[in-house]
Design a protein around this ligand. Structure first.
Ligand code: GRF
Length: 230
């Protein structure tokens, strides 16, 4: 049976799109279907993307646990993927869906995470700190912002010429490759709280090597598949 996935998003929804496209590409091998997209904003681009696909949508006006609980229950949701969702998931929901809520963060947690660290703020902080490597983290959600168990990370280089915009674009491209694969892995049960996969590892000539981007997206996707054991 396929997992029923809800995506919660506050923004443009490019990660939602990447999940939809990846599950489409997997065809009958996909472990789940996105059956609900919910947002705290009616005008979020993610809502429009969902409507175009005739996926059920809901606006979460009330930040409390009851409305979200009711929504997830009524759509018989197995797995929740946060994709640029800026609200904290209420602790009651975190407990009920333990190990079944995942989030993508555009940085290498636990650095550059926590309350207020989202979107361009993450990339600006990375540039201000002068670090040379940033990346993508996918983690299970607990009751604290960005502190749940890490499932997968992938590095992305920071270049001297970067501004927050160029860095965000480079990181987002990797989010689109890593996040859908982790969603598939969690939906299938292969990745779980007990069995978190991996750090970012590139395979060069079949040998693991810690190298960095940029590469062709297709090669990078293959390497992420290998690292995640897809
Ligand atoms: C992504 O960078 C995600 O990591 C962050 O917010 C951004 C959302 O982008 N939490 P999109 O709405 O998926 O395009």
């Amino acid at each position: 049976m396929k997992s029923r996935i809800a995506v919660l998003a506050s923004g443009g929804g490019s990660n939602l799109q990447a999940i939809l496209d990846h599950l489409d590409a997997l065809g009958h091998r996909r472990a789940g279907d996105v059956v609900l997209v919910a947002s705290n904003r009616q005008d979020a681009g993610a809502m429009e993307r969902a409507e175009r696909r005739t996926i059920a949508t809901a606006v979460l006006t009330d930040p409390g646990p009851s409305a979200l609980d009711e929504l997830l229950t009524s759509h018989e949701i197995d797995l929740v993927a946060l994709a640029g969702y800026i609200r904290l998931v209420p602790p009651e929901i975190v407990v009920k869906y333990d190990g079944r809520i995942v989030n993508v963060h555009p940085g290498l947690l636990p650095a550059f995470g926590g309350p207020g660290m989202y979107g361009q703020r993450v990339h600006r902080a990375v540039l201000e700190a002068g670090v040379r490597v940033t990346g993508v983290t996918v983690h299970f959600v607990n009751e604290q912002y960005d502190r749940g168990k890490i499932i997968a990370q992938w590095p992305v280089p920071v270049f001297a010429t970067d501004d927050a915009g160029t860095l965000a674009a480079r990181v987002l491209r990797v989010e689109h490759l890593v996040y859908p694969r982790v969603v598939q892995g969690v939906a299938s049960g292969r990745l779980s709280l007990q069995n978190c996969a991996t750090a970012g590892i590139e395979f060069v000539d079949s040998k693991p090597a810690f190298t960095l981007l940029p590469h062709e997206d297709s090669r990078l996707a293959e390497n992420i598949d290998l690292a995640l054991g897809c």
